[in-house]
Design a protein. Structure first.
Ligand SMILES: NC(=O)c1ccc[n+]([C@@H]2O[C@H](COP(=O)([O-])OP(=O)(O)OC[C@H]3O[C@@H](n4cnc5c(N)ncnc54)[C@H](O)[C@@H]3O)[C@@H](O)[C@H]2O)c1
Length: 300
């Protein structure tokens, strides 16, 4: 999508990644509605942007994503203020596990789902909308598994965001509604969300994974918005070019199903365990090499 002249809403954009996404969109000529539960921070950021990009290109509306009325007020208030329809909605507000697993899941997945449901209906071409784009801020935690009990909720929520994106981001749904759905999966970035995980955990993260700047993540965000397809999940990792993490689960399940059938027929295996699967991969690999060797010697 060419963002020049487009109107975007970003939840949780008073600071951190949301603020960095807003800067990139504004630099590319979009108008942005800043939104946050933290009114003071949101207003300060909006003032800063108004001075740099012009008063007519930014606006602030307070929104707690846990409140449906706030979400409706944000969307409708933004359209009213700018006098046009919203083109891009970024589901970005998020917290970590420190305030408890239920709140983490309420904000990081339930509210994302609530916003996505509401925004798709508003943008749906069949319902009088003009189509548009929803970008969900997921995480690498939405792809890999977690490493301790405390943060399990964050990983579960972010996996939910990735699956939600892929399920809503089909070409069929895009054709029907005109709405694209994508997500960004950053590794660790230097924002406030890491501030309360404790100095020991913070140092461990910094040492093991390194920290990206919000600007670095925002460059990946722009690649997603301007160059990628519906359903895409883009991974942003320190010192690695952005890459799309494609979902191959259906193909993999089918592949393993074939292996399970073959192993049952050939060796009477009743349960196709990871050890059997490794043996199956090895057999497929050897067979593929033999075939390739045969074909190349036959052709040349
Ligand atoms: N920083 C990272 O390492 C990292 C990595 C991957 C994904 N993320 C995700 O990026 C997103 C942004 O986080 P960040 O790193 O910028 O952290 P941050 O703490 O700097 O920003 C989060 C923003 O969300 C706002 N917020 C919190 N609860 C809210 C609510 N109920 N309603 C509206 N706004 C609310 C906060 O006030 C804050 O401005 C989150 O979804 C987070 O999970 C962050």
């Amino acid at each position: 999508m060419d963002v020049q002249g487009k109107l975007a809403i970003i939840t949780g954009s008073g600071m951190g990644l949301g603020k960095a996404f807003a800067i990139k969109l504004l630099e590319a000529g979009a108008m942005v509605c800043i939104s946050d539960v933290d009114e003071a921070t949101g207003e300060k950021t909006t003032l800063e942007f108004a001075e740099k990009f012009g008063n007519n290109r930014v606006h602030f509306i307070k929104c707690n994503v846990l409140e449906k009325d706030d979400i409706v007020n944000l969307y409708e208030g933004c359209e009213k203020h700018f006098g046009r329809s919203v083109d891009i909605f970024c589901n970005n507000a998020g917290i970590n596990h420190v305030k408890g697993w239920r709140l983490c899941m309420d904000i990081d997945i339930m509210a994302v789902m609530e916003c996505a449901e509401y925004v798709i209906d508003k943008m749906d071409k069949r319902k009088g909308g003009k189509g548009g784009l929803i970008v969900n801020t997921a995480s690498i935690a939405g792809i890999v598994v977690g490493w301790n009990r405390e943060s399990a909720c964050y990983f579960v929520a972010k996996h939910g965001v990735v699956v939600l994106t892929r399920t809503l981001g089909t070409s069929k749904l895009l054709k029907e509604t005109g709405v694209k759905v994508q997500c960004i999966c950053p590794s660790f970035a230097d924002t406030n969300i890491l501030a309360d995980i404790g100095t020991q955990a913070f140092s461990a993260v910094e040492k093991k994974f390194g920290l990206m700047t919000p600007e670095y993540v925002a460059e990946g965000f722009m690649k997603l918005v301007t160059k990628c397809n519906t359903g895409d999940a883009i991974c942003i990792v320190k010192d690695v070019p952005p890459f799309i993490y494609n979902d191959m689960s259906k193909e993999f399940v089918m592949f393993l199903g074939i292996g399970a059938k073959l192993f049952k027929a050939a060796f009477g295996v009743e349960l196709f365990t990871p050890q059997h699967q490794m043996a199956f991969f090895l057999m497929v690999f050897i067979l593929a090499n033999v075939l390739l060797h045969f074909l190349t010697s036959f052709l040349f």
